[in-house]
Design a protein around this ligand. Structure first.
Ligand code: PDD
Length: 279
């Protein structure tokens, strides 16, 4: 697989990053995951904008224009003969002899772009997943998309090990923040779609933003507010969104079965609308 690592094209096999890379030593790096489907990068503009925002939030800049990044991404798609797949972009603050403070360090950000091939086509109707809840032990800025993902990694691994598709984080008052790698939504008993507002406790999902627009276009009423476990107990439908799962229905949260364990029609409609919008 041809990749772009440490500012040059190379095969993944020959890719090299210094052990003094601050991303490796401190998680001092930011990232994006962008889906590619039949000639199109999904929500490209939003992802590149958020990448810049993440860098600025942790105080560095990348000396590559968006069009330079897109040119690299396109070359990787073409040379690796990818029809459907994803692009992982990571930018670390740079490489230097290890020290916590980067003040006055002569650092140059390191750009890595890794393509991934996905074989299957995307199904409009998919089975729902079960999720479990766990307290959100992340740092106070989960709205920055950094590679410091240990709580997410542990929670997701526990989910998969126990037959769940995702872990949902709960804040101190037991309201859902988000999934370990997704945003969370419910459709309440009054057919109002609810997802947590961008209150700093969740990542501003790019798919979340697109789904908000899809819902509005379909005249579905949306409210951005906190979701409690009682709200989940009473809800008609639930789903998660992310660049890699689009809209994925949730049919069980802990022991609470949603919609008799069946995938709901709003979840299907939004998944279909999102995928068709990107045809
Ligand atoms: N994760 N919340 C968290 C914690 C995430 O890691 C993600 C995405 C999202 C959804 O964001 P978006 O819609 O922009 O993908 C929300 C990616 C897919 C990942 O880490 O692989």
């Amino acid at each position: 697989m041809l990749s772009y690592v440490n500012n040059k094209f190379c095969s993944l096999h020959n890719a090299k990053i210094s052990v003094n890379d601050r991303g490796y030593q401190f998680g001092d790096s930011v990232y994006e995951v962008i889906f590619y489907k039949d000639g199109k990068f999904l929500d490209l503009e939003g992802h590149l904008k958020r990448l810049r925002k993440s860098m600025s939030r942790i105080d560095f800049e990348l000396n590559f224009s968006d069009s330079a990044i897109i040119t690299i991404m396109r070359r990787l798609i073409i040379e690796n003969n990818i029809k459907h797949g994803s692009i992982y972009i990571q930018v670390s603050r740079g490489e230097y002899s290890r020290d916590h403070s980067y003040f006055n360090m002569p650092l140059k950000p390191i750009l890595v772009i890794l393509p991934k091939k996905i074989k299957e086509d995307f199904k409009i109707v998919i089975p729902g997943i079960k999720v479990y809840t766990t307290f959100d032990t992340r740092w106070n800025n989960p709205d920055i998309k950094t590679t410091q993902l240990l709580p997410n990694v542990l929670a997701k691994t526990k989910a998969i090990k126990n037959g769940f598709g995702e872990a949902l984080f709960l804040d101190k008052k037991s309201y859902v923040t988000e999934g370990s790698s997704s945003n969370f939504w419910i459709l309440n008993e009054n057919n109002i779609l609810i997802t947590r507002s961008l209150d700093g406790k969740i990542l501003a999902g790019i798919t979340r933003d697109s789904i908000l627009n899809c819902a509005k276009n379909k005249n579905i009423v949306v409210k951005e507010k906190k979701i409690s476990l009682d709200d989940i107990k009473d809800c008609k439908e639930a789903f998660i969104t992310s660049a890699s799962s689009f809209v994925t229905p949730v049919i069980q949260v802990d022991k609470m079965i949603i919609n008799d364990g069946k995938v709901g029609k709003f979840s299907n409609l939004l998944r279909k609308t999102y995928l068709e919008m990107n045809d």
